[in-house]
Design a protein around this ligand. Sequence first.
Ligand code: LLP
Length: 422
Amino acid sequence: MNPFQYQSGELTAENLPLSTIAEQFGTPCYVYSRSALEHNLQAYEHALQGIPHLTCFAVKANSNLAVLDVLARKGAGFDIVSGGELQRVLRAGGDPRKVIFSGLGKTEAEIEQALNVDILCFNVESDPELDRINAVASRLGKRAPISLRVNPDVDAGTHPYISTGLKENKFGIDIAAAFTVYQRAAAMSHIDIVGVDCHIGSQLTTVAPYLDAVGRVLQLVDRLSDAGIKLEHFDIGGGLGVVYNKETPPEPSELINAVKEKIRGRDLTLIMEPGRSICANAGIFLTRVEFLKHTDHKHFAIVDGAMNDLLRPSLYGAWQEIVPVTQTDTAGASPDRPEFTYDVVGPVCESGDFLGKERVLRIAQGDLLAVRSAGAYGFVMSSNYNTRNRSAEIMVDGDRATVVRQRETIDYQLSLEQVLTD
Ligand code: LLP
């Protein structure tokens, strides 16, 4: 489902023209579609029907309270990687009993916080982390539910920065060592073993690496079972890709049906941690052309959004489609908007500051542009570099828009700082 379609030549979010949003709330801003978020979650829930399951939205992909609220209302659980994300989930009305705590550097304070609200499970990524969780649980007089995140050593075939399931990655416990670590965990006083977890990477566009990983982890599950260690759930992580350009990722149902087939006959709850595939195409980044700059070598569209707002293009060389909000005449009868091949760049003082390169556009100063597929790893990765205020975030529901995060102000930014007093 694409909630950002042209209606009478105007790009809309659901039923609201993006130009209206820009007028009301200014640019740059992120715009999310409530129905697309719900629809994308539903694709998982629907495919998982018939087996015990839980869909835990990966909060890191988009942690806005309203996004979490929309998903929590539809029964989603959450995959978190920090105490801060846990606070967000609770604030948004999420159920702590559906929270999985991933991440490889959990602090004592974060573990305590999570134990105090009785989360579903800690995904443990190392031996010393296991010891720490046991110690904190013991101090609190609690038992900590854990699964080990195993590293199955499969190549997810994705960008090296977002590939996590290979031996050389920092994530997880080597699958060859996992049996011994489970045995240690089983002997610990304040640990309950509840599951196993793997996450092999992000923006995966084929099912094969998942099935490879699942097959390897199931061998471990069976070996543990033979040794009397029975697991309740298998968490296969997130990572399903989306269409940014010409990718052809599988639908959640294709992946899930194949996994269901593999785990059939075992009494395991299937947990998934999707982030991108729930929210990437439920959001766009809206920006306005400040200037057009034509040099002998290049044409630049200088826009009011920048790498501090949307980092993916600069950081990964990621390609995201950029379209004009008002459709221009493709037949060429648009003298005030001649066609050029533009680099769409922001005002930040770095050559690496671009939202897109070599885009054929017919635009004029003051036009609005939408960067598609920006609902995941967009706002969450933004910063105040160059003392730029972070963007507003807007949620659209039908023809109604709500500001779900206000645009920052300079006063807000400076409020944590002070000059020396002597
Ligand atoms: N579970 C774990 C343990 C993860 O590390 C991640 C993502 C997910 C779930 C969710 O993966 P997803 O379904 O969203 O692919 N900033 C990068 C992506 C980093 C992904 C980090 N881990 C990007 O913009 O492409």
